[in-house]
Ligand binder design. Sequence first.
Ligand code: ZN
Length: 425
Amino acid sequence: MMYPVDMEMNSYLIIILLILAGRYLVELIADWLNVKAIQTDIPAEFNGYFDAEKYRKSQNYLRDNTSFGIITDSFDTIVTIIFIIIGGFNFVDHIARHFNLGPIATGLVFAGILILATKLLNLPFSFYDTFVLEEKYGFNKTTLKIFILDIIKSLVLITILGGVIFSAVLWLFEKTGTLAWLYCWITISLFQVLMIFIAPYVIMPLFNKFIPLEDGELKSAIENYAKSQNFKIKGVFKMDGSKRSAKSNAFFTGFGKSRRIVLFDTLIAKHTVPELVAVVAHEMGHYKKRHITKAIIRSIALTGFTLFLLSIFIGNKKLFDAFKMEHTSIYASLFFFGFLYSPIAMLVSLVENVISRKHEYEADTYAVHTCGNAEAMINALKKLSVDNLSNLTPHPFKVILNYGHPPILERIKAIRMLSEKNSEK
Ligand SMILES: [Zn+2]
């Protein structure tokens, strides 16, 4: 039997479609198991923290979020597959080439159209998530003005930062031959490290206000603790998280002189001083245990590996045929390689999650040992889970796939074991 040439299935196309469908199915199974794992009884640990109604609310929140996630993911996956099959990338490439710019500027137009189109397609979902879903559970504090400003700011940031780094990579691959991946590696790594230093000064203030803790009981309690650990109190900030959501959180960011611990104003409002000191101690644990440095080193190593793989596939004619492209180019290679790379990215994120969960235990251990107040740490974790309607009993497969933090009950169990060991001494 004879087939016209373009009816023949390209082996890269088959692999990419299998990758897209496979990833989708794995996530779907994890979500399904996770919802099935919902238990109607409140775990004993949370008696007195959750009443029956609020616990039911947290489970409905999980169900609603899961359904919404599945709908979004189905839409994304279907649109992507259709776009590939009908030759959408070639259509965008025609538009970009129409302007007759050089290879780098053409690449920027190509990438710009794809990114903008993706953002626009996702806009209704993001709107629904903020103003319907989060609103329904009383979390949303975002106004339409903040919502729109956030989109504009992030587009400007992507244009500037993404534009600079994308141009640099294209230029290096155009001009420097077989070692281009190595030069790209050096360039991107320097850029990454620079961003870690300047993000707390330049990028994060675009979205939130960060003010040093004001004088008072909390500040002096943290000060006393920080002094005992040789940590500069200058590094503890309050962030106006309440302008977007009622959810609360704390995190560690920056590096060297720009390092800081950030507490959401919503967290400060709902926790006692000893609980907040325990949270600060946990974040400081991440710093003292060098979790940030280790993450940067892993990320740089991975960037090198990824760029090396990319260099093998650049301009691969058969890969371009899979996307029905008439012209090969370096800029489009970057996108197409992304599809082939996604299973590796998924494996890497599984490993990163294992490391991250291990680091959470280490930071908890550090907090309990240096603060000596396990109960405050446990209370803080419980309040956080209740206020954020967290899932107390996630399915282990979901945890393996998506959890950067251990499930809350396991963290509490580990902290209790630590404090028992301490009191035996
Ligand atoms: Zn942590």
